[in-house]
Write a protein that binds this ligand. Structure first.
Ligand SMILES: NC(=O)c1ccc[n+]([C@@H]2O[C@H](COP(=O)([O-])OP(=O)(O)OC[C@H]3O[C@@H](n4cnc5c(N)ncnc54)[C@H](O)[C@@H]3O)[C@@H](O)[C@H]2O)c1
Length: 428
């Protein structure tokens, strides 16, 4: 069968998995000329929200979902038979034993495979171990005539605004898009597909390389965040302000990239993805010790913040067992409502195990497993013993904390300038 030219002709693109990755991708493709979309998800709730033009994510506005009004929104994999290309954006979590869990990817791929037309381009975007597209998709789609298999990692950073672009590039159209095929022909097809929507498409040698590159990007962050976390603890013990040290080191114009410590690591990606590599390395008879060590350090950070909170309370003679703790910001980072893997939860568990009562405020997260968010008012602040700042969340009136008398444990240096030297201020 003759390869279809993705750039020149009209094209039907299927996107399977309409979450934080699949939805923005769909909006980008919907803006390209000649593109019709088939959007598939197993969640009827998610599909209904998309049909109503509603977004599940605070950083991804409903108006972007509304742009998808002409798409076929479906739960039926048979609808993918009309697609020239199908992109899979399914979750890739870890199992309880911290090993790759490809069950959603495989279930969606197995459901789609019998319906695909000969010559379909199949692209995986989920973060995964190097070899997945070739081995796992190779097996699942092996029976589709002339199928082309490729991998293209999603590099979306939820809530990121690119100051160099007039619109802030909220959908990442100007973030270079890596593409690696299982065969050179698949790479070529996938490059043509993504050129429709992305300003820069970077072909790489193979799907294995593209998969590995995505993991390296996230491991780089996870390891560096663990490093500054460990340095924060060490410098704090020595009576040195880690942020002053980082400000100083950052004046070096080369050879140093700044990372800032926080209360631990959260989100869909960094607490999970690195272990896809350590698993794959073990399988190949190699070790990835940095990955394991950084995971250990990052997971231990909430316990450190709990110890610092107990020490702050003790400075006012308050016992952890009777303490009323207000967590400020429970999303895993500023500007988003994403709470998956947020360090707020292990921290709350640590503090609850001491007997403390926990509440939180976060204007972007009205409710979560900790209950309903409180508004940060003077009355609320007066009702708590300590405010633990976990995120410099958008919409939090931090000046109210400054003006109050409450103890502050600050894991992000948000009030470092305002409260420096005050006995009620603690680095967390
Ligand atoms: N969220 C991010 O910022 C980000 C960034 C880069 C890469 N990634 C990676 O992209 C992948 C997708 O992540 P996400 O954050 O978009 O996930 P998500 O949980 O936001 O969305 C996944 C969607 O897939 C749907 N789904 C699950 N199983 C299905 C099935 N069998 N059939 C059809 N639909 C199914 C769910 O209903 C959901 O709507 C993961 O591998 C993740 O690691 C995520």
């Amino acid at each position: 069968m003759e390869a279809r030219d993705e750039e020149a002709s009209d094209i039907a693109i299927g996107i399977v998995g309409l979450g934080a990755v699949g939805l923005p991708l769909a909006t980008l493709f919907s803006r390209a000329p000649g593109v019709s979309l088939i959007l598939l998800d197993e969640s009827e709730e998610r599909l209904d929200a998309i049909r109503r033009g509603e977004s599940p994510h605070s950083h991804f506005e409903g108006r972007y979902v509304a742009e998808l009004e002409d798409a076929l929104v479906t739960a039926d994999p048979a609808d993918l038979s009309a697609a020239d290309a199908v992109v899979f954006c399914l979750p890739t979590p870890l199992t309880e034993s911290r090993e790759p869990d490809l069950s959603a990817v495989c279930a969606a791929a197995e459901a789609a495979a019998p319906h695909l037309a000969p010559g379909t381009l199949v692209v995986l975007e989920s973060t995964t171990w190097p070899g997945t597209t070739r081995e796992v998709f190779g097996e699942i789609f092996g029976g589709v005539e002339d199928v082309h298999l490729a991998y293209s990692p999603e590099r979306v950073d939820p809530g990121r605004v690119d100051p160099s672009r007039p619109d802030g590039d909220p959908l990442g159209a100007h973030v270079p898009k890596l593409v690696g095929g299982v065969t050179p022909a698949a790479t070529e097809r996938a490059v043509g597909l993504y050129r429709r929507a992305f300003a820069e498409v970077v072909p790489v040698a193979s799907s294995d390389v593209a998969e590995a590159a995505k993991l390296v990007e996230n491991i780089y962050r996870a390891v560096n965040i663990a490093l500054v976390g460990e340095l924060k603890i060490a410098f704090d013990a020595m009576g040195i302000d880690v942020w002053e040290v980082l400000d100083a080191a950052s004046t070096k114009p080369f050879g140093f990239t700044r990372f800032d410590p926080g209360p631990g690591m959260g989100g869909h990606c960094l607490p999970i993805d690195p272990f896809y590599l350590s698993w794959a390395a073990r399988r190949a008879g190699a070790e990835a010790r940095f990955v394991e060590l950084s995971g250990e350090i990052n997971r231990a950070m909430p316990a450190y913040v709990a110890r610092k909170t107990a020490a702050a309370l003790a400075s006012r003679g308050i016992d952890g067992a009777s303490a009323r703790v207000l967590l400020v910001g429970v999303a895993y980072k500023r500007g988003v409502n994403i709470v998956e893997e947020s360090p707020a939860f292990p921290l709350a568990e640590e503090l609850s195990s001491l007997g403390a009562s926990i509440a939180y405020c976060d204007p972007l997260v009205p409710e979560c497993s900790l209950g309903e968010a409180l508004e940060l008012t003077d009355e609320v602040l007066a009702a708590f013993d300590v405010a633990v700042i976990l995120v410099d969340q958008v919409g939090v009136q931090f000046e109210r904390i400054v003006e109050s008398e409450i103890l502050v444990v600050d894991t992000r240096a948000v009030l470092r300038e305002a409260l420096r030297g005050e006995p009620r201020y603690f680095v967390g």
